[in-house]
Design a protein around this ligand. Structure first.
Ligand code: GCU
Length: 329
């Protein structure tokens, strides 16, 4: 088929996409795009990716298949990003946090208490700033397709409720592989310990760390609530997820396939945005049934404590982004 001819023209491309015979009867050839991510199959982000796979299948009449590998099967988020750069993996869904080591501008999303609310955050993701950053990825081989909601991140600990920053003193808190996340926990008085998401359950269970921070659906779907009995909704940062495609894969896709992929990604983001709120409320109920105590600490105590970290950004490119975001209605 025509796809095969176009696509096999580069060696890199052959590495990460597999062609299949979607319709043996008429000999039509198809294309498989592999996507790796670190979340569990019941997580709303995974459900959105499944939605994308369905949409892509429909749009392409079965000629393009999105094959999803959840639970870190293809490696940690950082490892998946590196595989995309090399063209060894077609797609990944990652938090923007580890992406900041590849594209420093992405540290903007780790800035604590940056967004006023959901609406404000979505205005950034889908507006000028969000689009600029998605495009910037191409410079380092990582094309951004869309953002996915990842709510707000809060602390959870094995046995000590976090009601004020001081409560973090002496606690080892797992953070993502991100400088900004390290700085944030340090500013609040805790000891940040970077670790991949896949290693965290064991890390908590074996006492390598005393707690972590994440959004409620991730706290729930990876069963961290079995070990951590205190969740403090301080909502210190709203770090979105992002869907990336390897630039070398993308530029070898025919324009109409590129269009299907982009459309299916946008539809998945919309689908997930609606699902997110509902799932978050649901899991907050569920973890309480499992014996987790939820606290609602005074967020201003935390915001005050991290202010120097944000002020320090003045005059830097990320500081300029902070200003642009704050000025948005
Ligand atoms: C969020 C995010 C994941 C990420 C995780 C983490 O849940 O959606 O992509 O792996 O945070 O803390 O590592």
């Amino acid at each position: 088929g025509f796809l095969l001819g176009v696509l096999l023209s580069t060696g890199v491309f052959a590495l990460c996409v597999r062609h299949f015979n979607s319709d043996p009867q008429n000999g039509g050839s198809g294309l498989v795009l592999k996507l790796g991510h670190s979340l569990d199959q019941q997580h709303p982000v995974h459900l959105a990716l499944e939605h994308m796979a369905e949409r892509l299948q429909q749009k392409s009449a079965g000629t393009v298949e999105l094959q999803i590998f959840p639970n870190g099967q293809l490696g940690s988020e950082t490892e998946c990003i590196e595989q995309l750069q090399r063209g060894a993996l077609a797609m990944t869904k990652t938090s923007t946090a580890p992406l900041e080591s590849f594209l420093p501008e992405f540290s903007i999303f780790g800035v604590p208490y940056l967004f006023r609310d959901d609406e404000h955050a979505w205005r950034v993701y889908t507006g000028e700033i969000g689009k600029e950053l998605l495009q910037k990825g191409s410079e380092v081989g990582l094309r951004g397709l869309c953002y996915l909601d990842a709510g707000a991140r809060s602390f959870y600990t094995v046995n000590k409720p976090i009601l004020k920053p001081d409560d973090l003193k002496g606690l080892k808190i797992r953070v993502q592989e991100s400088q900004t996340a390290m700085e944030l926990v340090e500013a609040l008085g805790g000891s940040p310990t970077p670790m991949s998401f896949g290693e965290l359950y064991t890390g908590l269970q074996q006492g390598m760390v005393d707690g972590a921070e994440n959004n409620p659906p991730s706290f729930y779907s990876n069963r961290h609530f079995e070990v951590c009995k205190h969740l403090s909704l301080d909502e210190h940062a709203r770090v979105p997820d992002i869907l990336l495609i390897s630039e070398s894969v993308w530029k070898n896709l025919p324009p109409h396939v590129q269009q299907w992929v982009q459309e299916a990604a946008d539809e998945a983001a919309e689908f997930q945005r609606e699902l997110w709120e509902e799932k978050t409320a649901e899991v907050l109920e569920d973890v309480q049934k499992e014996g987790v105590t939820i606290d609602h600490p005074d967020k201003s105590l935390f915001a005050e404590q991290v202010k120097p970290m944000v002020d320090k950004l003045k005059g830097t490119p990320v500081g300029d982004l902070v200003n642009r975001i704050r000025e948005l209605p």
